[in-house]
Design a protein around this ligand. Sequence first.
Ligand SMILES: Nc1ncnc2c1ncn2[C@@H]1O[C@H](COP(=O)(O)OP(=O)(O)OP(=O)(O)O)[C@@H](O)[C@H]1O
Ligand code: SF4
Ligand SMILES: [Mg+2]
Length: 391
Amino acid sequence: MVDSPEKERVGTTEYEARTDADRDGFGPSTVQDDIILEVKDLRTYFQTSYGTVKAVDGVSYYVRRGETLGVVGESGSGKSVTALSIMRLIPSPPGYIVGGEVILDGENVLDLSDKDMAKIRGSKVGMILQDPMTALNPVFSIENQVGEAIRIHQGVRGQTLVDRIIHSLRQVRIPAPERRMKDYPHQLSGGMRQRVVGAISISCAPIVLIADEPTTALDVTIQAGYLRLLKEIQAETGVGIIFITHDFGIVAKMCDRVAVMYAGRIVETGDVRQIFNEPAHPYSEALLASVPKLEERTRRLYSIEGQPPPLFDLPPGCPFAPRCAYVQDVCRELYPTIAKLEGEHTASCWKLLDFDKSKSDPDELAAVQSVSVYSQQEVEPAPEEAETVAD
Ligand SMILES: Nc1ncnc2c1ncn2[C@@H]1O[C@H](COP(=O)(O)OP(=O)(O)OP(=O)(O)O)[C@@H](O)[C@H]1O
Ligand code: SF4
Ligand SMILES: [Mg+2]
């Protein structure tokens, strides 16, 4: 609820002003054709005292070289668990990757031994976490922490290592890196600490960088500079970025494509302009409607009624049904299949599929039901059979 014109001016949403020449607001796109990471039908479950929490339940997405994929969705929708599954950093127990593939640079990382995965983590795929203070160790110098990743993955020592540390700090625009690398985390500002976290994650030139809400802990005045820096690094290195955020203003400026998550699944994916201008899924539409806009002087902000369903007890059919303005009978019975829209735009919603149970032929219905049965089935991963991914 907003109660004054001043308070209406909150939020960062200015996503209309996008052009092809400067399509992300931070310079021309560097997207290339080759897919460097592909997540296929990934399922990650947690065994809890409440039951099996299906945190990620059939997620598929991909990232191209030089591309930024934005992942958005309400809290608890599975954005971070998907990212941690790609990194194979799911705590096990209670978490298990029970199905799917994560193809990184042509190789399914879910098939790798823990030792081989440790080599890939930080070298081929890097991750920037939300809070720089928890990512940095307060008792080690910046030199030590940036140097560790380079030493482990690239085996360099001595002056070569020092040169590489300075190079990495320079890449994230840390002034006087020769001097600042002797500092400890508490001697740096929040923005500088986040830049150090960025330096660690890019120090071994990963091909994919996962940024999980990397600017949430930053002051808004330094957010824009940090995001611009990420795009500059992307332009220099061609790294593909998975950008997880709640902020649609950031998505509009940073991302080429968007994947919208709800209750452990991708419900819509497409080019950023398709999602912003013509959201096809009712959940995306509601999410966008709930973002405050600078130019609108509304007294009450729209919010999505209700709560996401508990992931250990998903209702049959579409999990958004209890909150959806377009709900039909079929929505409560069957999970919607994927509707392919224009270009790479897809969405899982019966509204788009125009499915009518009473008019459908029995074979079609059986086919749809088999999809639904598959997606709703209880999979109880036996710990000895499930893929354990603890480090
Ligand atoms: N260790 C765990 N044990 C049990 N459940 C877990 C565990 N870790 C995550 N979950 C559950 O997995 C679901 C997805 O969590 P996740 O952290 O991926 O959400 P998110 O989309 O990243 O949310 P946020 O926007 O708040 O970061 C949540 O319901 C969460 O409670
Ligand atoms: S499938 Fe039905 S309930 Fe789900 S989002 Fe579409 S219209 Fe709404
Ligand atoms: Mg998260």
